[in-house]
Structure formats: structure tokens, C-alpha cells
Design a protein around this ligand. Sequence first.
Ligand code: FMN
Length: 321
Amino acid sequence: MIYQLLRPLLFKADPETVHEWAVKSSNLLAPVLRRLPQVDDPVTVAGIEFPNRVGLAAGFDKNARWVGVAEALGFGHTEIGAVTPRPQPGHPRPRLFRLPEHKAIRNRMGFNNDGLEAIKTRLQSARPRRIRVGVNLGKNADTPLENAAADYQAVMDGLWHCCDYFSLNISSPNTEGLRSLSQVDTLQALLAELKPQRPLFLKLSPDEDLETYRAIAAHAQDWGLAGIVFSNTTARREGPLSQVDSLGGVSGVPLLERNLEVLRKIRWSVPVIGAGGIFCGTDALRYRHAGADLVQLYTGFIYAGPSLPRHIARVLKGAYE
Ligand SMILES: Cc1cc2nc3c(=O)[nH]c(=O)nc-3n(C[C@H](O)[C@H](O)[C@H](O)COP(=O)(O)O)c2cc1C
């Protein structure tokens, strides 16, 4: 309610500045937020026990500064990163844009993050109580694609002891060439090189064709994947998005219907975390009915505010009690 009153004001300022301010100021409120009732709806997915089915999607807490607040707001898991071995600044600002007429966000952040060592220090002191922590694996922009595996492995080697799962990001549209790693042969070779110490999820782009998804789904278990995160942002600019700047990825409502359709059509054979355009309990339920075991929020959380994770966790719990 308060957020709905504040939002017009927040939406007048530069999105990245608001984000940084919100992360800092809400950390001061964490002790108060912790008193809010939590939604207990334990579920085991990929061998990990999650306290409920709602997570914070990658990219919101790139630097592990918000684990305590995410936990206090009722998220059952949070995906840190993308984390790269070395710190990097990402693309120049401005690189984050609201598209309120589409209930969407366009971003071309480019994996700005403090790097593995700084994030390790923060995760070690975060001491999460109930929330599960995932690490979204990135590669440095100046690492050649053929050496991507070494970057992903370095992040896993550095952070495995302070997280519960990894999510291999081959789907950001903001790192040149990254999406070419989704081609089945390339992906197979990449996965064969990796030695994950925690369950490894694969984060997919929403822009592949059904044949690619079918091939990935068919191999997922043999490749040792623990699950799929579907999906990242879209680089497409079709239909209502045709006037939107072509740089970067779009998230939010424009992803919703197509993601649900893909989830319904593919038999994944491994657990699925659904993300893309979840703004309310009904959207989350639709993902569940389409086959998602867990859901993640980013854009809907920005638009609907801090009560959304708890609300969705409650709806998902109620629906399956
Ligand atoms: C500003 C921004 C940064 C993001 N950064 C990452 C990232 O680093 N790694 C990743 O896998 N996904 C990233 N994402 C994608 C989200 O994790 C999520 O998959 C996508 O936004 C779809 O969910 P949504 O419609 O609820 O936002 C980012 C999204 C946004 C809006």
C-alpha cells in the first residue's frame, strides 16, 4: 500500500539510482522486516529444501548485499550475481530503463559486479537462516568465449561453500556472443568441462526455438543438470515491443504468455524454475500449472513492491494444501 503511494515518486528518478538507494535503505530496515510472518511451505527441489516456492531472480542482488532483506521479505531463495571471476564495471550508464506502458524493464547492465572475492566475503558474513542462496555464473566480458568454462569454474570453486545451487548463465543478451553457448553441441562441450560442487541449473534465453528447447530437455539429465531456469530477458522486439530500443534485454509482462507456452510444450525431465512477467499470485499459479516447481521475480517485484513475494508464497501454498 505504502509502496503504491511511493511508486510514482520512485519512478520519476533514474532507475539504477533508485535501486542503489533502495538496497541501502532497506538494509537498515531488515531487523524490523524480520518480524513479519514468514510463509512456511517447505519443498525439496533438486535435492535442496526451499522454505517456500518464491525466489528473487538473478540481477537484482548482483553483489550479495541484500540476502538478509530478501529473507526478511519472505523470499525462499535468492540468486546472487551474475558473478564473474574478476570485478567489472558493466556497460556505461544509463543502462536500466523502465517501460511502464509495457509493464516491463529494459536493461543492458553487462554483468557489472564486484567479482568473486568481494562477493565471497559478503556471502560468508551474510549467514542466511532460512533462505536458500543460488549463484548465477557469469564470464568476464574480456574472456574469450572459448575460455568461458574456466570463468564459470573459477566462480564455482570460489563460492560453492557459501551457496546452495549454481545457475549457469548462457542467456544474457548483454555479453557479446554468450547466447551462442546455447547451441546444443557447444553446450554439451561446455558442460562436460564443468565440475560443479552444487546442483547446477541452466538459465535459458526465451528466444530459442522449440527444437533447441526439446534437445536441451532431452539431454538435461545425461548432462548432469539439476534443473532449468526459464527464462532470462528477451532480445526480441516483436509486436508491442517493436518501438522499443533494440539494445539490451526486456523483462516483465512481454515474457509471460510465450514462456508459459514453452513450458507447457516441453517435457523438461528435470525441475524447472519459472521466471518472466510474474506480477501476481495468478501469474505464479499459471507457471506452476505449466510445470514450474519454483518461481522467481524481478520486474513484478519492482512494479508491485515488497509485499509481492510473501503474497505469492501464500497463494502457492494455499493452492496446493
Ligand atoms: C536489471 C536486470 C538485470 C538482470 N541481470 C541478470 C543477470 O545478471 N543474470 C541473469 O541470469 N539474469 C538477469 N536478469 C534476468 C532476470 O533474472 C529474470 O530472468 C528476467 O528479468 C525475467 O523475470 P522478470 O520478468 O520477473 O523480470 C536481469 C534482469 C534485469 C531486469
